[in-house]
Design a protein around this ligand. Structure first.
Ligand code: PA5
Length: 360
């Protein structure tokens, strides 16, 4: 197996070398997650022409990649708190259940993603109660022409995946305005404060050895990350960690969650199979009471694989704090991993060229 050569871990504590690699100040933008939550939530709650959702029978959130993650975040935060089903839809169409009593939220940072535009048109055609979330683009134009509610979260970041707080909180705010969700004001505010403090503790000027995100990246090193969450709140952050390693460090990664992975993935960690991989387990105080024992038994069962594991712990005791603190830690760790590997975290040349090719 060929492994990508590591650069000197000293790059993480060297401002000049960091700046040379991090051309778009990715790390600085990550630190704004708390501000994004406040801003996105306010933008969503203030949306005009919001459809009524108090009698809605389902919520479908459409979007792809760095925008579609808002659907996973919403499910993680609310699937076990509201009685209306929340469906994440990532593709051109909508599930058959979408109809006049369904709230459909179409989310696209650029507003130009063909799958999301297709789903939006499908929703309008079916007479669904539609909310669009974008920073402009065709989605904003269509919403204006159709008289559909449109949230512009006024994001200040250059790339969709960096806007996870803006987009997710905009969806929460808009669904609250529609009467689907209870008020999240207190939780958003408290989580934002927690995220501001956490961002300072994993910031670039906090040296390795005193910075959990840098230390995790150094520990992963040249190995392929495997990220495990647990059902509910840590599902979206586990997926997020994987996709941030993909897009920022330009590297493959795996993700799964307990307890489901105990029914399939563990069989793959056969004797010796862990070489070249590094397992990160996302933990938090709200996880199911069985997860701790289950994790210990799982690691014991796959010990012959040689897979080395580390835990990453969320902050706080409320859903927003837990979910977004795991996202913040994952984002910083994946970005430090990019720098360690000598990669600029922001550009996504393969993804961008594919989009250009399909647009021709
Ligand atoms: O990370 C990215 O840039 C992608 O995953 C995009 O989010 C995805 O292609 C969808 O684009 P948009 O977020 O503009 O709808």
């Amino acid at each position: 197996m060929t492994t990508r050569p590591l650069v000197d871990p000293g790059v993480l504590d060297d401002p000049a070398r960091r700046a040379a690699l991090d051309s778009s100040e990715h790390l600085r933008h990550l630190a704004g997650l708390g501000a994004q939550l406040r801003r996105g939530y306010a933008a969503g709650r203030d949306v005009e022409r919001v459809p009524s959702g108090s009698d809605a029978t389902a919520v479908v959130v459409c979007g792809m990649g760095g925008s579609g993650v808002a659907a996973d975040v919403l499910r993680g935060l609310y699937a076990n708190r509201v009685s209306v089903p929340i469906v994440a839809s990532k593709g051109y169409g909508l599930p058959a259940l979408a109809g006049r009593e369904t709230i459909v939220v179409a989310v696209s940072f650029s507003g130009n993603t063909e799958e999301t535009l297709s789903a939006y048109r499908d929703a309008v055609g079916r007479g669904c109660r539609v909310i669009a979330v974008s920073c402009g683009g065709t989605l904003a134009d269509l919403a204006a022409a159709d008289g559909v509610a449109h949230v512009h979260p006024r994001s200040d970041v250059p790339m969709p995946r960096m806007a996870i707080g803006d987009l997710s909180a905009a969806v929460v705010g808009a669904l609250e305005a529609a009467g689907v969700l209870p008020s999240a004001e207190d939780e958003v505010g408290q989580a934002a404060d927690v995220l501001d403090a956490l961002a300072a503790r994993v910031a670039p000027d906090r040296p390795a050895g005193d910075n959990v995100a840098k230390d995790l990246a150094v520990w992963i090193g040249a190995r392929t990350p495997v990220v495990w969450g647990s059902e509910g709140l840590a599902e979206a952050p586990a997926t997020r960690f994987r996709t941030q390693v993909n897009e920022n460090a330009k590297s493959p990664a795996l993700s799964a969650w307990l307890p489901e992975l105990d029914h399939n993935e563990i069989e793959g960690w056969s004797s010796g199979a862990g070489a070249g991989y590094a397992l990160v387990v996302l933990r938090h105080r709200l996880e199911h009471a069985r997860i701790g024992d289950r994790l210990a038994a799982t690691l014991s069962a796959i010990a012959p694989s040689g897979l080395e594991a580390r835990e990453l712990h969320a902050e706080g005791t409320r859903p927003f704090e837990v979910l977004f603190s795991l996202v913040l830690l994952a984002d910083f760790a994946a970005t430090y991993l990019a720098l360690l590997r000598g990669v600029d975290p922001t550009p996504i040349p393969v993804l961008s060229s594919l989009k250009e090719r399909l647009a021709r």
